[in-house]
Design a protein around this ligand. Structure first.
Ligand code: MYA
Length: 434
C-alpha cells in the first residue's frame, strides 16, 4: 500500500512547545471551565486557543444580530504587515514551493498521499494527483509565495504544507477578493505540536502582503465558526468494489446482484446535444454560469479566464459537458465534476478508489435530474467507482432520486475576517472548494 510513513528518515520529533503564543490563559474561570463540568456540554466547552485569537466568527457570538455583516477587522497599513516569516522551531525551515518543478510537485504529492485527510475510520485517504495539484494551485493571478512548505533543515524532508490561491467571492452584492486556503497538512509524526497555527499565521501574513484580508476554506472539523455545514452524498457506480473495500454496505434484504442491478445505468447519455465542453465554449459557459450563480448568497465571481482555467476539461482532473441546442446552437445547460481518487488503506485487492466530485452544474432547459443522470453515465463510462456531491446549490433536488446515499462526514465552510449574520443553508451556497 501507499502508506510508507514508518520510514527511517523520520522528521525531527522532539519539539513540543506551543508555537502560537500565550494569547489566552488556560486557567480562565470562564463559562468554559463551568461548562466542562456539565455532562453533555463537552463540545460547547472545547477551547480553541488559536482560533479564539483570530478574526473569525466566535461561537459566543452566534445569533447576535447586532453584529454587522462584513469584515471583522479593518485592513492594517501594508507597512505594518510583518516582513519576516513567523518563527519555526529551530530544526525546521520555511520554503516556497515551485509546483511547476517536477521534483517539488512530487515531494508535495508524497507528503499529501501519506499524510493528508482520512475518513474517521482511517480506511481511505485523499490521493490528489500531481496534475490536479498543479491545476488547483495555479489559477489566474496565483501567487507562488502562497504555496508554503516546511522542511527539516538537516534532511530537507518536506513535513508540512499549506496553500492559498486568490479568488473573487461574492457575498450577497459584494465581491470580495479572498484567498482560498487548502492542503493544510502536517506530517503524521509532527501532529499536535501546534505547528498548524504557525502555518496558518504564515499564510495569513503572505496573503496580507498582497493586500488581501479575507479568506475562504472548508474543513471536516468544527472550528469557530462555520458559515455553513454541508453533507456529502455518494452515488455508487461500481457497487461491488465499494462494498468489497468497505466504502458501502450491502443493504438489508439486498443481494449483491440486486444491488448491482439497482445502480445500473444506461450505456449512453440521453440528452440531445450533450457534448464535452471546448475552448470556444468559454464565453457561453461563463455567461450561463454567472447568471446561475447569481441566485446564491455566497458564490465565486467567475470571469472567462477563471472558467477557462477551472472548467475547461483536463484529463483526469476536471470534466465538463454542456448541452448545445441542435437547432439554435445555444448553450443551455452545463455540468462538471473533478477527479479525486482516494487511497484504500490496507485492502488486499484494491489500492485506489476512483471518485468523481460534482463541481458546477447549470440547468436552464434540460431538467437538472436528467443532466446529472447523464453526468453519472459519463462517469460510469470513464470507470469511476463513485460519484460524490455536496448538498450545495440545487443538488438536493436530484440526490435521492438519482440514488445518492448520505455520507457520514460533514464539510464545514468558513470565512476568515468576514462575518455573515446567519448560518447559511447549504442551498444558499454556490461555492465548491477542491
Ligand atoms: S482542511 C484539511 C486539513 N488537513 C487535514 O485534515 C490533513 C490531516 N491532518 C493534518 O495534517 C493535521 O491534523 C492538521 C492540524 C494540519 C490539520 N483547519 O498543529 P496542531 C487547529 C484549521 O497541534 P495538528 C484545509 O486544508 C485546531 O483546532 N485549523 O494540530 C483548510 C487547533 O487550534 P485551536 C485546524 O493536528 C485549512 C490547532 O489547529 C484544522 O498537528 C484552513 C492545533 O494545531 C483545520 N483543518 O495539525 C486553514 N485542524 O486550539 C485555516 C486543526 O484553536 C485558514 N486545526 O482549536 C484560515 C485563513 C488563513 C488566510 C487568511 C488570509 C486573510
Amino acid at each position: 500500500m501507499v502508506d510508507n510513513n514508518s520510514t527511517s528518515d523520520s522528521p525531527a520529533e522532539s519539539q513540543t512547545q506551543n508555537l502560537d503564543g500565550d494569547l489566552h490563559s488556560e486557567s480562565d474561570s470562564s463559562v468554559y471551565s463551568l461548562a466542562r463540568k456539565v455532562p453533555g456540554s463537552l463540545s460547547l466547552a472545547k477551547r480553541h486557543k488559536f482560533w479564539e485569537s483570530q478574526p473569525v466568527g466566535q461561537f459566543k457570538d452566534l445569533g447576535d444580530t447586532s453584529l454587522l455583516e462584513g469584515p471583522i477587522e479593518a485592513p492594517t497599513p501594508l507597512s505594518e504587515v510583518k516582513k519576516e516569516p513567523y518563527n519555526l522551531p529551530n530544526l525546521y525551515e520555511w520554503i516556497t514551493c515551485d509546483i511547476d518543478s517536477e521534483e517539488m510537485c512530487a515531494e508535495v504529492y508524497n507528503l499529501l498521499t501519506n499524510n493528508y485527510v482520512e475518513d474517521d475510520e482511517n480506511m481511505f485517504r485523499f490521493n490528489y494527483s500531481k496534475e490536479f495539484l498543479r491545476w488547483a494551485l495555479r489559477p489566474p493571478g496565483f501567487f507562488r509565495s502562497w504555496h508554503i512548505g516546511v522542511r527539516v533543515k538537516s534532511s530537507k524532508k518536506l513535513v508540512a504544507f499549506i496553500t492559498g490561491i486568490p479568488a473573487r467571492i461574492r457575498v450577497r452584492d459584494t465581491v470580495v477578493i479572498m484567498a482560498e486556503i487548502n492542503f493544510l497538512c502536517v506530517h503524521k509524526k509532527l501532529r499536535s505540536k501546534r505547528l498548524a497555527p504557525v502555518m496558518i499565521k504564515e499564510v495569513t501574513r503572505r496573503v496580507h502582503l498582497e493586500n488581501i484580508w479575507q479568506a475562504a476554506y472548508t474543513a471536516g472539523v468544527v472550528l469557530p465558526t462555520p458559515v455553513s455545514t454541508c453533507q456529502y452524498w455518494h452515488r455508487s457506480l461500481h457497487p461491488k468494489k465499494l462494498i468489497d473495500v468497505g466504502f458501502s454496505r450491502l443493504g438489508p434484504r439486498m443481494t449483491m446482484s440486486r444491488t448491482i442491478k439497482l445502480y445500473k445505468l444506461p450505456d449512453s447519455t440521453s440528452t440531445l446535444g450533450f457534448r464535452k465542453m471546448e475552448l470556444h465554449d468559454v464565453p457561453a459557459v461563463t455567461h450561463l454560469l454567472r447568471n446561475y450563480l447569481s441566485q446564491f448568497l455566497v458564490a465565486p465571481d467567475f470571469d472567462e479566464n477563471d472558467v477557462e482555467h477551472w472548467l475547461l476539461p483536463k484529463e483526469n482532473v476536471v470534466d465538463s459537458y454542456l448541452v448545445e441546442s441542435p437547432e439554435t446552437h445555444e448553450i443551455t445547460d452545463f455540468c462538471s465534476f473533478y477527479t479525486l481518487p482516494s487511497s484504500i488503506l490496507g485492502n488486499q485487492n484494491y489500492s485506489t478508489l476512483k471518485a468523481a466530485y460534482s463541481y458546477y452544474n447549470v440547468s436552464t432547459k434540460t431538467p437538472l435530474l436528467q443532466l446529472m443522470n447523464d453526468a453519472l453515465i459519463i462517469a460510469k463510462q470513464k470507470d469511476y467507482d463513485v460519484f460524490n456531491a455536496l448538498d450545495v446549490m440545487q443538488n438536493e433536488s436530484f440526490l435521492k432520486e438519482l440514488k445518492f446515499g448520505p455520507g457520514d462526514g460533514k464539510l464545514h465552510y468558513y470565512l476568515y475576517n468576514y462575518r455573515i449574520n446567519h448560518v447559511l443553508r447549504p442551498s444558499e451556497l454556490g461555492l465548491v472548494l477542491l
